[in-house]
Design a binder for this molecule. Structure first.
Ligand SMILES: Nc1ncnc2c1ncn2[C@@H]1O[C@H](COP(=O)(O)OP(=O)(O)O)[C@@H](O)[C@H]1O
Ligand SMILES: [Mg+2]
Length: 192
């Protein structure tokens, strides 16, 4: 009994983001639990499958969070990842963020991946000042347009103008916009 109590006291369980689309909690020092809870069963099944697919595909690239495991429990779809770090801010933005960004975009291109939903929470930074992306629930093949039935609010404030289409430039645009908004910093070179 005493042992159990001690264990509970030492286990962190910090809510990170709770919405009707998903609940994300840091359940241990190094473990994040994401419960995918989109109201529509089809949407949540597909987002769950896509996230696992891309986290696996990109797993050795060093540009994403690490997938630990996943499970279906009753009606719940749960993804466990290794805690990476906080979302980048003006205080934590590294000097070489543009090189890191270009590397991330290059790796996404090489893996035929468009993230599609880069928002402020999705650009994380660890203690070694290395940037990584999370949330691949709406990532898609770079050489294909997004499915027409997807939610039209997807990444709304950070998504590129429609005329930009579905090339790698759209992730680059969102990345720059997030850094501008969360850190107040613009790219040195205008690369778009
Ligand atoms: N492995 C992780 N390490 C650190 N933070 C994470 C990790 N996974 C998710 N987060 C944080 O939790 C937030 C919500 O997770 P996310 O996968 O984006 O869920 P949602 O699909 O609900 O937006 C992210 O924006 C990010 O800030
Ligand atoms: Mg997200």
């Amino acid at each position: 009994m005493l042992l159990m109590k001690q264990h509970t006291q030492h286990t962190q369980h910090i809510p990170i983001k709770h919405t009707k689309m998903g609940k994300v909690d840091r359940i241990e020092e190094n473990k994040v639990r994401k419960r995918v809870t989109y109201p529509s069963r089809k949407t949540r099944e597909e987002a769950f499958e896509r996230e696992i697919f891309w986290l696996n595909k990109l797993k050795d690239t060093g540009i994403i969070i690490e997938l630990l495991s996943y499970e279906r429990k009753d009606d719940q779809l749960i993804i466990y990842s290794k805690y990476y770090g906080k979302a980048v801010t003006n205080e934590t933005l590294p000097d070489d963020w543009e090189e890191q960004r270009d590397h991330i975009i290059k790796i996404l291109r090489e893996n035929n991946c468009r993230h599609n939903d880069i928002k402020p929470g999705e650009i994380l930074i660890n203690k070694e000042e290395k940037i990584a992306l999370c949330d691949f629930g709406f990532a898609w093949d770079l050489d294909k347009p997004n499915p027409p039935h997807w939610p039209n609010r997807l990444g709304l404030s950070f998504r590129p103008p429609q005329e930009m289409g579905f090339g790698y430039e759209s992730d680059l645009y969102s990345f720059n916009k997030v850094i501008k908004e969360s850190c107040g910093v613009s790219p040195k070179k205008r690369n778009l």
